[in-house]
Design a protein around this ligand. Structure first.
Ligand code: HEM
Length: 516
């Protein structure tokens, strides 16, 4: 190669790089101008920087702040009003009266948001979409309806002996602790896991017999969920990592390890599901997989074991963390509030003996117990995060704003539950508020609303009522080594609400079993 040819090659490589950089800068300038001035959402209030780039959210959600965007959104609402553009594609609303319009039911079509759920990724429910990760309204409906009869009120009432049996097992374990300290998060996670796995899969994990209770699964879940916000910003990176062999992924980061463990769980469930789908099981115990198998309107593809296994991990995840956190938070506040606890115990003593003997509907009719359950649900938040929905067939009207169809709009359950206008003194545990104002229950959004709300609501409610009633009717406990700000309050929003990373758990010591 002579010098002249080499020189022109060097020039053309350098030139091409410069062209590429210039083209990319122009491209991003054009995108920026479009997003801020020409985009259909450009007329909505909010910071220009949030409209311009997803890095605004990154700053509050990933680095340097961690899982704190929800609190920034709260500030933005104070500054800009009840509707705010919080990133280039999302509108966030803060208005109790508009919740059911966004989370509509019946024939109103609402999709989930692919960007937000990091759909098709592996960030939550394994490789394939469960109903919780299904974006399309109609497909979601088919998947959800296939499992829904299994969680009806009637079916859940029929299994109250199973739930009561698990709660009694828990109480027996606690009685046996000999004054040792237990982390209530782990204890109640074991209850949630044993109920869900025995009822839904007919294969109990027997976590209530484990020395660590439900700690292992809870840690996996807590480690796995924060990766969702990273998955939104960098889907390809996260998908690539999670395609690597699980053993390798486990070494990378606790979050990735958590996801890898969930995927392994799915793989294991697949074997059980395969047998059921091929009618090769003994058919003695009905599971949610039998229900899905018989669903006439569900396609054969959606009955493939690999797809159904993703429903299994969502049921276990959704059914364990949320229920255990609600029970732990409710127990914490009741143990910290002598007056509330005494009122509850008095009501329980009048209604039931130490051995129980009351039905679930009877428990649900106890006013103070119901108020305590509601107040616990409010302060535990369950799924704290914003949950985008997309109205695909019609524009929506919010006050003077016309929201174009196809726009992801959302509210955050945490912000609604902590709004002092609806819940004065929102950080206080005050069950009385539910008795003083019966209409308040319409503002309890813990289970979401509409076509994509919590499928396990009846099961969760049954667990909460039975467990709180039996625990406080039969046991005396005391909170120890627990700091409300660090261990109880929700200070990070990782889809589910989480407390401070330095949290030592919600710890209690069992004082004694109550004699009648
Ligand atoms: C206190 C306990 C619980 C709370 C606060 C809770 C809360 C929620 C919320 C807010 C959603 C809606 C998510 C969205 O809008 O996309 C949801 C969905 C879901 N939950 Fe729960 N949940 C609880 C317990 C359970 C239990 C015990 C199960 C079943 C074993 C369960 C199964 C599900 C499923 C399958 C979905 C997805 C529904 C769908 O996509 O149609 N949950 N949960």
């Amino acid at each position: 190669m002579d010098n002249a040819t080499f020189g022109s090659h060097a020039f053309s490589i350098k030139g091409s790089i410069l062209y590429a950089i210039a083209a990319s800068i122009l491209y991003w300038i054009a995108i920026g101008i479009y997003r801020v001035y020409l985009h259909p959402l450009s007329k909505f209030p909010g910071p220009k920087l949030a409209a311009l780039t997803f890095w605004y959210e990154f700053y509050h959600e990933i680095y340097p702040h961690r899982l704190r965007y929800m609190w920034k959104i709260e500030e933005l609402h104070k500054q800009y009003g009840p509707i705010v553009r919080i990133n280039p594609i999302h509108l966030h609303i803060h208005d109790h009266a508009y919740f059911e319009k966004i989370y509509a039911s019946g024939s109103h079509k609402r999709d989930r948001c692919r960007w937000f759920m990091h759909a098709g990724g592996k960030t939550m429910a394994g490789k394939y979409s469960s109903m919780l990760e299904t974006m399309d309204h109609d497909l979601h409906k088919a998947r959800r309806n296939a499992a829904a009869p299994f969680f009806s009120k009637r079916r859940v009432h029929a299994i109250t002996p199973l739930i009561e049996d698990k709660v009694r097992r828990l109480l027996a374990r606690l009685e046996d602790t000999d004054g040792r300290i237990v982390d209530l998060n782990n204890v109640f996670a074991a209850l949630g896991m044993d109920v869900v796995t025995e009822y839904c899969f007919a294969e109990c994990t027997n976590s209530l017999d484990s020395t660590e209770y439900g700690k292992t699964w809870l840690d996996i879940f807590h480690n796995a969920t924060p990766i969702r916000s990273l998955g939104r910003q960098f889907p390809t990176l996260i998908n690539t990592i999670l395609d690597l062999p699980p053993r390798f992924v486990e070494k990378l980061h606790p979050s990735a390890a958590g996801m890898a463990s969930m995927n392994t769980f799915n793989e294991n469930m697949k074997a059980t599901i395969e047998k059921i789908m091929r009618y090769e099981d003994d058919g003695k115990r009905q599971t949610v997989f039998h229900e899905i198998r018989e669903a006439e309107k569900l396609s054969d593809k959606d009955k493939e074991p690999w797809r159904v296994s993703s429903e299994a991990s969502v049921l276990l995840g959704a059914g364990t963390e949320t229920t255990s956190r609600t029970l732990a938070v409710t127990t914490f506040y009741l143990l910290q509030n002598e007056q509330c606890r005494m009122k509850l115990i008095e009501e329980l003593r009048a209604a039931m003996t130490r051995d129980g003997g009351v039905s679930l509907p009877q428990l649900e009719s106890l006013p103070y117990l119901s108020a305590c359950v509601n107040e616990g649900l409010r302060l535990a938040h369950g799924i704290s995060s914003r949950q985008p929905r997309i109205a695909t067939e019609a524009d929506l009207q919010y006050k003077q704003w016309t929201i174009p169809r196809g726009t992801p709009i959302m509210q955050s359950i945490y912000l609604l539950h902590m709004d002092p206008i609806v819940f004065p003194d929102p950080f206080s545990f005050r069950p009385e508020r539910w008795i003083e104002d019966k209409g308040l229950t319409k503002y309890l959004f813990s289970f979401g609303k509409g076509n994509m709300s919590c499928l396990g609501m009846n099961l969760a409610t049954a667990e909460l009522f039975i467990c709180v009633a039996l625990l406080f009717r039969t046991m005396e406990l005391q909170i120890v080594d627990t700091v409300e700000e660090r261990d109880v309050l929700t200070t990070r929003d990782a889809f589910i609400g989480q407390s401070d990373p330095s949290s030592q758990g919600i710890n209690a010591r069992i004082i004694r079993a109550v004699s009648d």
